[in-house]
Design a protein around this ligand. Structure first.
Ligand code: ADP
Ligand code: MG
Length: 405
């Protein structure tokens, strides 16, 4: 789960990580009033969305008067902001964060995340801050330091000095950095984060280190254990389909192809997507309906797959181990009938009660296509999605599979 910059900055403050003074506004009037309560004569108005790269997209603006701050706020609020980290629709700006402008001497990059290879938390730091860290890593990897923290020993002072050295910090700033890194480490553990990113961490003209931006992600499985973090969820920033999927306990991820995939088991879902790609198609989603699925889940899954109208064909690939194939078939039939489905559906069933499941599909008269294996199912669905398979007759049931045969 992600949170907004203003929420992350509140958590930073709680863990003694210095941030600029500021407040959140949902109207232009509020933005104007906030400037009057903040020190200085310039303020930064920042669109609050769950994505970075706002600066380049007009989502970070320096105002030199209260009126200007109100104008920036009013142009951002209610808009849909597209940055190179969002999709083409962008994300809605429902609030702005207004903070004092800092006099920047240096911009650095500092983050803390889980390194799955070493099974440890690692700090990543670079003197090339304010930039896309992936680009720095690709072009000038020597400018990045990785510091891995031993879970039993915890963060050590020498490790903070290693980071300070690559940032080129003086003695005074070195002490500040150690406090910031300690705060990040404690915050990370206390709230079950998966990432804390400060880009940029700045050194001000008067020698202070300040977190100018704040990005935090949390482990979804741990969020229910932290009521304060759970309350920070902003559903308006999340993919609506992915949020809906969570309600039905479905693992769903939106992709940009046009072949809807409904599969049980994450591994089989990945293999199915690979197969669709191999046959020249593009999956519209990843969907794992889980092991113990039922009719309602199958219906909900179909609704999700079809909800955005770009899906041209659906591939159902179910291995009935825990769940029986006839239960799946009943779910498919209910969904197809109820939703008056007009796009082609290819079904590959295997496992317990497969004969019964397939015969239910064949006898339904709903024109479903069935395939005997994943290879032919993928081939068929790609053709149907391209519209060249429109003349493919729905597969007839082999006589040996007729019920009672
Ligand atoms: P994003 O990463 O989404 O583009 P940031 O918060 O990192 O947004 O802001 C982009 C840039 O704007 C920063 O790298 C910094 O140069 C400038 N900036 C952001 N906040 C302030 C501030 N309070 N004072 C001065 N400059 C700022
Ligand atoms: Mg940033």
């Amino acid at each position: 789960m992600n949170i907004h910059e203003y929420q992350a900055k509140q958590l930073f403050r709680d863990f003694a990580i210095p941030v600029p003074q500021g407040a959140v506004a949902t109207t232009a009037d509020q933005a104007q009033q906030i400037t009057q309560q903040l020190p200085g004569s310039a303020w930064v108005v920042k669109a609050q969305i769950h994505a970075g790269a706002r600066g380049k997209a007009g989502g970070v603006k320096v105002a030199h008067s209260a009126q200007e701050a109100a104008d920036f706020a009013s142009s951002m609020l209610g808009s849909q902001m597209v940055t190179h980290q969002t999709d083409a629709h962008g994300l809605p700006v429902n609030s702005v964060w207004v903070e004092e402008a800092s006099a920047i001497k240096n911009e650095f990059y500092l983050s803390l995340l889980v390194d799955r290879d070493s099974e440890r938390l690692i700090f990543i730091a670079s003197a090339a801050g304010g930039m896309d860290i992936e680009a720095v890593a690709a072009e000038t990897p020597e400018k990045i330091i990785h510091v891995s923290v031993h879970p039993a020993a915890g963060l050590q002072a020498y490790q903070c000095r290693q980071v300070g050295a690559i940032l080129g910090l003086g003695k005074e700033q070195q002490g500040q950095l150690q406090k910031i890194m300690t705060g990040m480490y404690e915050l990370f553990l206390a709230k079950d984060c998966s990432q804390i990113e400060i880009n940029p961490l700045i050194e001000t003209e008067d020698g202070k280190l300040v977190a100018l931006d704040a990005k935090m992600n949390f482990d979804d499985n741990a969020v229910p254990a932290h009521a304060d973090i759970a309350a920070m969820r902003d559903a308006s920033q999340e993919d609506t389909k992915e949020a809906e999927a969570k309600q039905f306990d479905l693992n769903y991820i939106t992709l940009d192809g046009n072949i809807g995939c409904m599969v049980n088991g994450a591994g089989l879902a990945m293999a199915t997507m690979d197969m669709v790609k191999l046959k020249g198609g593009a999956p519209a989603n990843f969907l794992d309906v889980g092991g113990g699925t039922n009719k309602d889940k199958v219906k909900a899954a179909f609704k999700l797959i079809l909800s955005d109208g770009t899906t041209k064909a659906v591939l159902v690939n179910i291995f009935g181990g825990i769940v029986k194939c006839d239960v799946i078939a009943a779910g498919i039939l209910a969904a197809v009938e109820e939703m008056h489905l007009t796009i082609p559906v290819v079904v590959r069933l295997e496992g317990t009660n497969v004969e019964l499941g397939l015969s239910m599909l064949a006898q339904s008269g709903l024109g479903l296509h069935t395939a005997e294996d994943l290879n032919s199912a993928a081939e068929m669905v790609v053709k149907l999605a391209e519209g060249v398979g429109g003349s493919l007759p729905p597969t007839a049931l082999p006589p040996s599979m007729e019920v009672g045969a």
